[in-house]
Design a protein around this ligand. Structure first.
Ligand code: FAD
Ligand code: DLZ
Ligand code: SF4
Length: 514
């Protein structure tokens, strides 16, 4: 008898682990354990989503004829997956352990280096073929390239999958329609209707458990509205394709204050599919095929379908490739030598900066923030203020329902913090308040003046932006994509430069009073 281990982010019936086992002889173990639930202070909704989705998935496996041993969370239960397996083996021995490569280097190290000896049986780890590219394929692609650019990798993934391709050429005559995807949202089309799920008994029990056992974790279970079953995740996909995808690309970079639009502003036309993709309730290929089909049936413009598919087979696969290719050294990088502690507002959300307030409120209410909030608001602020990469990475890993090290780390450490020295992006995504003002209506609702950089009530992003460029002049001033920024700074009078830098120093000295 073999023992198959299915982790909390492996909830797919197409999982290689299941293909490697026979329900007639073998059995499955799934376990809710303290180590996985607390290795960072996960948002309560992330734990609730995972535990409830795991319980529902275990039922589906049993219905499909599998023998499943399920360990429910208890403070006196096994602390780690290894302990849960050891206890299971004591009850019922097995000849082999079988699982699929896990999502995090941390746990994969334990599986490779500790489990075979400490559990005293052979461990077979299958490649996770729910992803389009394996780490080995990525390594092959990366070999001998001076620069790793997502766009070229993405084109190979289009060729490999055949998505939006015809006779070897991209449909619509170009690979990438990003230029069409930059609009602010001014109500031109109505927001999509909300999608809500009823909580069944399993959801209710888990939400109660999370409140009892993880009271100090961030967030609130009262606003939990994620689906927890494969059927609900499919419903979310259909809802996205019908109501959101047609406008996805165009408003991908937009942000709107909840004071203007209410709850719909938190998600706009984004898919909200990442938590399901990352825990396995949906697979990347089925999601992309649904988008490609919607384009072929004529309901969705090519720019929207392409823009969405690029996020999945482009960015999502690319960051995973970077992760496995460069770990473990990647996690320790700090190219800009940042040392600042994460401002406390990241945990309590109180600030007069309206853009930050909105992004943090969304984060705590829903364990979600859309990409531009993560990148250009909370991320940009951490970059401009010079937060130590490890601290901001741990924050992103904790607070989002979709957060796993393989995808969070390259996005935060690389894309946001530029701590990998430009491996992931050739220039940092630093921006002043002007960018936020262009893409949103936040500044209209803000205590600060986005038009000013040096006055007492000036937008902190403005002075911090110039301070960032000034203090990292040696690193960035020769970057051809940044010369315009430096030229703008040089065009200021030296009095103005001094006033702006002074205002930035003032802001840096009291970030939590902003
Ligand atoms: P949509 O905007 O609808 O995008 C569609 C899908 O594309 C997403 O569901 C996701 O699967 C994929 N995608 C889009 N952008 C990226 C990207 N940059 N990297 C990987 N996949 C992408 N995404 C995570 O899934 N988990 C994380 O832990 C995570 N951490 C992030 C941290 C930072 C600092 C930043 C800037 C981005 C992070 N992202 C992460 C990427 C992105 O912000 C989220 O995937 C997205 O906001 C999820 O919401 P959505 O499903 O509505 O996405
Ligand atoms: C995120 C998470 C949480 C909160 N709890 C569990 C758990 O109790 N049991 C489990 O198998 N997985 C859990 N997970 C997901 C794991 O952390 C994830 O599988 C690994 O980090 C590998 O990506
Ligand atoms: Fe954010 Fe500055 Fe605009 Fe306020 S003025 S919302 S701090 S960008």
């Amino acid at each position: 008898m073999k023992l198959g281990i299915i982790l909390g982010d492996q909830l797919s019936l197409s999982l290689p682990t299941l293909r490697g086992l026979d329900p007639k002889h073998d059995r499955i173990l799934m376990a809710e354990v303290r180590q996985e639930a607390t290795y960072v202070q996960h948002h309560k909704q992330k734990i609730a989503l995972l535990f409830s989705a795991m319980r529902h998935f275990a039922h589906s496996l049993q219905q499909a004829g599998w023998e499943v041993e399920y360990v429910y969370y208890s403070p006196s239960g096994p602390a780690s997956l290894q302990q849960a397996i050891a206890r299971s083996l004591q009850q019922q021995p097995a000849t082999d352990l079988v699982l699929t490569r896990c999502g995090e280097y941390r746990l994969q190290q334990m599986i490779d280096q500790q489990w075979p000896q400490q559990l005293n049986l052979p461990v077979t780890v299958y490649e996770d073929d729910r992803f389009i590219a394996s780490p080995a394929e990525f390594a092959h692609w990366a070999q001998n390239r001076k620069q790793l650019r997502m766009e070229y990798f993405y084109r190979d993934m289009r060729r490999k999958t055949g998505l939006l391709m015809e006779a070897g050429q991209p449909l619509g005559g170009q690979w990438n329609f990003d230029q069409e995807n930059r609009s602010a949202y001014k109500g031109e089309v109505p927001l999509p209707p909300p999608l809500t799920f009823e909580h069944d008994d399993i959801d209710q029990q888990v939400l109660h458990l999370v409140d009892q056992e993880f009271p100090d974790h961030p967030g609130d279970t009262a606003t939990f509205c994620w689906g927890t079953t494969r059927a609900q995740a499919r419903q979310a996909l259909k809802h996205f394709i019908r109501h959101r995808l047609p406008h996805f690309g165009r408003y991908q970079d937009a942000m709107v204050s909840s004071q203007s639009l209410g709850a719909g502003s938190d998600t706009l036309f984004h898919s909200l599919l990442s938590p399901y993709l990352n825990c396995g309730l949906l697979t990347p290929m089925e999601v992309c095929q649904a988008a490609a089909q919607a384009y072929q049936e004529g309901g969705v413009p090519i720019a929207a379908a392409e823009g969405f598919i690029r996020q999945i087979i482009g960015w999502r696969e690319f960051v995973r490739g970077i992760y496995w290719h460069y770990m473990p050294d990647y996690a320790g990088q700090n190219a800009l030598n940042n040392t600042r502690d994460l401002p406390a507002m990241y945990w309590h959300g109180n600030t007069r900066m309206h853009c930050m307030q909105e992004a943090l409120r969304n984060t705590f209410s829903h364990a979600y923030a859309h990409h531009i909030q993560r990148l250009m608001v909370t991320g940009n602020f951490a970059l401009l203020t010079g937060v130590e990469p490890r601290q901001i990475c741990d924050w992103y890993l904790a607070v989002y329902a979709d957060a796993y090290d393989w995808v969070e780390l390259p996005n935060t450490l690389g894309m946001v913090m530029h701590a990998d020295n430009g491996l992931l992006g050739s220039k940092p995504y630093c921006a002043s308040g002007r960018y936020i003002d262009r893409q949103s209506d936040y500044c209209r609702h803000c205590h600060y003046d986005v038009k000013s950089a040096e006055q007492e009530n000036s937008c902190p992003f403005n002075s911090l932006y110039w301070h960032f460029l000034d203090r990292h002049r040696a690193v960035f001033s020769r970057n051809p994509r940044m010369t315009m920024m430096y030229r703008s700074f040089e065009r200021m009078t030296s009095e103005k430069q001094q006033a702006v830098l002074q205002r930035a120093e003032f802001c840096l000295a009291q970030l939590d009073q902003l």
